[in-house]
Design a binder for this molecule. Structure first.
Ligand code: P53
Length: 473
């Protein structure tokens, strides 16, 4: 029997406004937290000085070049394109009553362009940014008032785009604020864990309110959440490591638990007690949280290992991936490559929630080299994506209900953690370097035609992984 992706599977790619659009102060846009972090989102909450270089000020100039880019996505056969609305284009300071019409009009043009090619927009309300005005005046998500500002923003865009956008996400990688709390939550870096969970609670309430508003305003739409899902394996079969992996997985599963089930899981009571955390959770909040998401969506780049053995060498690869798995290789940025991990993850989530899933980010950040003839032979990227999609198809065969797959950065963009152009994910190359030099010209890589063939064949062109390299080491 032939294994296939469903005919209505939403194949595509994923972007974020702050990593592609540029035009950071055009047509009335206000400054966002992302505009304040010239060096990336991890550990850099510095306030920006006038005249500082910031690669995202121009990004890949998607604000002006989107028709060309969407035409290229259509050429690859995309059924879906994930991007985000920059909240600061709609409400520049965050607390205005009247939205900025120029910002609203931009997304009308953008969504119309997608719809022209039958590409479904999948739209994130807040992707690693919020109005800096709300941070200065109210302390960002540290303040309960931000729930109301977000609600006004969400309702404004649901009303405006109700006939164009039928797939929505609330907060991108909501759990990342546990590691880097300025970008999405607007909290000072090194905030106390109590303050971070409080801000996250307000976001969870705001997310549930947005789900409710979306259901009211666009009854035929589906709305999901977004979690950075990096499953933890126990490093050894020592019972301490097993328990540690349970604990580490609950750090991110917590966000699915609340958003998919509608209440705080009981294990958090002990965690909050041990960390001396007392949260402001009202009865109204508890009622609000009951509005649950229609599908679960997440990014998947890597798996991690959990251990209580402090002697284990730490790799400096990634803030959420410190312990090395001896069976896996890593990307140049230290992200452990684990295609089978996505099959495990999909099964684990479907077993736990029995709701449709949507993979809204997955991909390999790598340096690309332009050959003398102008071509870019990105076989490493093809292998990474092939091996992951192969395992995703296995998971569908296992019975998992999967709505779609949007690979991260189908066109090269500015990386989030390190604000680099040279960490590339795209099927389409963009001529721009880390210093901002380059023509911004677009160019198809080898993976462009590869992905096109995967989509048009419903995955039939995928190859079985040649060697199980992770078992050879
Ligand atoms: P970059 C860390 C770990 C996993 C995913 O990341 C992460 C991060 C934070 O960067 O973020 C997501 O660009 C995020 C995207 C981001 C993408 O992963 O650092 O949702 O905005 O670009 C890849 O290589």
């Amino acid at each position: 029997m032939k294994k296939q992706f469903p005919n209505n599977f939403l194949w595509g790619g994923a972007l974020a406004a702050n990593q592609v659009e540029g035009a950071h102060q055009i047509d009335g846009k206000g400054l966002s937290t992302s505009d304040m972090q010239p060096h990336g989102v991890i550990g850099h909450s510095i306030e920006r000085n006038l005249g500082d270089f910031h690669i995202k000020d121009i990004g890949i100039d998607f604000y002006h070049r989107y028709p060309e880019d969407i035409a290229l996505f259509a050429e690859m056969g995309f059924k879906c394109l994930r991007t985000s609305i920059a909240w600061t284009r709609i409400f520049p300071e965050g607390d205005e009553e009247i939205p900025n019409e120029n910002g609203l009009a931009f997304y009308d043009r953008l969504f119309d362009e997608m719809i022209k090619y039958n590409i479904q927009p999948l739209i994130t309300l807040s992707h690693f940014e919020m109005p800096y005005g709300l941070v200065k005046k109210y302390g960002g998500w540290g303040n309960r008032k931000t729930i109301a500002f977000f609600d006004h923003y969400a309702r404004t865009v649901f009303e405006r785009y109700q006939h164009k956008v039928k797939y929505w996400l609330t907060f991108n990688e909501i759990n990342m604020s546990l590691f880097s709390c300025f970008t999405s939550a607007g909290l000072p870096e090194n905030s106390k864990i109590q303050d971070i969970y409080q801000a996250l609670h307000y976001q969870l309430v705001a997310s549930a309110n947005a789900v409710k508003a979306c259901h009211e305003i666009i009854p035929d739409a589906k709305i999901g959440n977004m979690v950075a899902a990096a499953p933890y394996y126990p490093l050894t079969c020592h019972p301490d490591d097993i328990l540690e992996s349970l604990k580490k997985n609950r750090e991110w599963l917590f966000f699915f638990d609340v958003q998919a089930r509608g209440y705080y899981p009981s294990y958090m009571t002990r965690l909050f007690k041990e960390k001396n955390i007392t949260l402001d959770i009202t009865d109204e909040d508890k009622i609000a949280l009951k509005e649950t998401i229609d599908f679960l969506s997440f990014s998947y780049y890597m798996s991690s290992c959990a251990t209580t053995n402090l002697e284990i060498i730490k790799t400096s690869g990634n803030i959420i991936n410190p312990v090395k798995n001896p069976y896996l290789s890593s990307s140049e940025w230290g992200w452990q490559i684990d295609p089978k991990g996505i099959r495990y993850l999909l099964n684990m989530l479907y077993d736990r929630y029995q709701k449709p899933l949507f993979i809204v980010e997955n991909g390999l950040g790598a340096r690309d080299v332009i050959q003398d003839d102008g071509s870019i032979i990105d076989d490493y990227r093809i292998k990474y994506l092939n091996d992951h999609l192969f395992q995703i198809r296995e998971a569908i065969e296992d019975g998992v209900q999967l709505l779609g797959y949007t690979s991260w950065g189908p066109i090269d963009l500015v990386s989030a953690s390190t604000a680099e152009m040279s960490k590339r994910y795209g099927f389409i190359y963009v001529d721009r370097d880390d210093q901002g030099n380059g023509t911004l010209e677009r160019r198809r890589k080898k993976s462009f035609n590869w992905y096109k063939a995967v989509i048009s064949s419903h995955g039939n062109t995928l190859q079985a992984p040649e060697v199980e390299n992770e078992n050879n080491q």
